[in-house]
Design a protein around this ligand. Structure first.
Ligand SMILES: Cc1cc2nc3c(=O)[nH]c(=O)nc-3n(C[C@H](O)[C@H](O)[C@H](O)COP(=O)(O)OP(=O)(O)OC[C@H]3O[C@@H](n4cnc5c(N)ncnc54)[C@H](O)[C@@H]3O)c2cc1C
Length: 329
């Protein structure tokens, strides 16, 4: 693309916009093995900047790649389009409601920073990743992340109540729980939001489609999974069944890897702080199979976390100054 087009667009933003070789190279990869030079890198300052970026991408037939900490492992933040990094200007905690147990945040807040802040309220966001001291809520929702705490707290998807988004036409729409009647009402109208509800109702209404989804999707008891769009969570709602939870598009947005819309605010369910005292049990095994069988026994005792440390990880600790002192186990 002509450099002058990029230059004049960049001047139009309140945030920063880079298309020099250094910045493009820095954003050519994430924590994955993939690499591709993006067209440009943007740090939007506000929602108006994101709307401008969406219009620019539409006009010039390129893509936007939302990014928070970029610790994804499968190349989710890598591509030829414009990387939109919200970690710099969208990192605020906007509201905490202790009584109702929720928090409203911007996508660039680091998961551990959020929990540090929530501690004074006696609250805590449960889903964890090994990267929790840098992974951000926008990315956790994008990947529907979770880790060793998933046994107790489930995945990020289980905690998302509402997401304020910007759609491909630049409209700002908040997705959240809807009763059967509210879902029907949302399907009426000429806005892009209305047509999204209409389309999903059309796609998922047919009993054959519903049966196929129920048959082919992974069991809901398998918590740590993110295998494509989670339409199975939509089919089981009261928009399509007699019984069931209220319909909530956030179930689908969680795990959608930045492909459906741009998140600008996220309302999350939070839990009371976990117990301050922990008991750690380290069991040693001579092979992987033994440890997997033992996990079945361990689960009968309702642990809060259960994690496998294999030889590769343990060997890495030999070279790590901090972790070397923990090798007494
Ligand atoms: C060593 C290591 C260990 C890991 N351990 C775990 C683990 O235990 N559990 C686990 O689940 N994952 C794990 N991961 C993967 C990764 O760290 C997590 O998924 C993490 O939550 C991603 O957060 P992030 O801020 O880096 O997101 P990013 O990588 O920046 O983004 C993740 C996705 O969200 C999308 N996204 C980001 N912001 C927005 C937005 N504003 N709007 C729309 N979409 C958006 C992105 O486009 C992308 O598809 C690990 C990674 C590493 C390197």
């Amino acid at each position: 693309m002509n450099q002058r087009i990029l230059q004049s667009f960049g001047r139009n933003l309140e945030g920063e916009f880079y298309f020099d070789q250094l910045m493009r190279s820095m954003y050519a990869t994430d924590a994955s093995l993939y690499r591709d030079l993006p067209l440009a890198v943007a740090y939007p300052k506000n929602e108006a900047d994101i709307i401008k970026l969406i219009a620019f991408a539409q006009e010039h037939k390129t893509s936007l790649i939302p990014r928070t900490a970029g610790t994804s492992l499968a190349g989710q933040c890598v591509g030829k389009g414009i990387v939109v990094d919200v970690s710099k200007h969208f990192n605020q905690i906007l509201e905490v409601n202790k009584e109702e147990g929720w928090v409203r945040v911007q996508p660039g807040i680091v998961r551990d920073h959020l929990n540090h802040y929530l501690k004074d309220y006696g609250l805590f966001f449960g889903p964890n990743t090994a990267t929790a001291n840098r992974a951000m809520i926008g990315g956790m929702v994008g990947n529907s992340s979770c880790g060793s705490y998933s046994i107790v707290y489930g995945t990020t998807r289980d905690h998302v109540i509402e997401i304020k988004t910007i759609l491909s036409d630049g409209s700002t729409v908040t997705f959240g729980p809807l009763s059967k009647e509210a879902f029907r009402q949302k399907s009426i109208g000429n806005k892009l939001e209305n047509s999204i509800y209409r389309q999903i109702a059309f796609e998922l209404n047919h009993p054959l489609v519903q049966r196929e989804i129920e048959k082919e999707f992974p069991k809901t008891s398998v918590k740590r999974r993110n295998t494509g769009y989670a339409v199975d969570f939509l089919v089981s709602t009261n928009a399509f069944k007699q019984e069931g939870e209220d319909f909530n598009f956030c179930k689908l947005l969680a795990g959608s890897e930045g492909t459906l819309c741009f998140f600008s605010e996220i309302k999350l369910h939070v839990d009371p702080l976990p117990p301050s005292k922990n008991l750690l049990l380290c069991v040693h095994f001579s092979n992987l199979e033994e440890s997997l069988k033992a996990a079945v026994i361990a689960m009968k005792h309702h642990p809060r976390q259960c994690e496998l440390m294999d030889k590769i990880i343990l060997d890495c600790t030999k070279e790590n100054i901090v972790q070397r002192q923990n090798r007494f186990l």
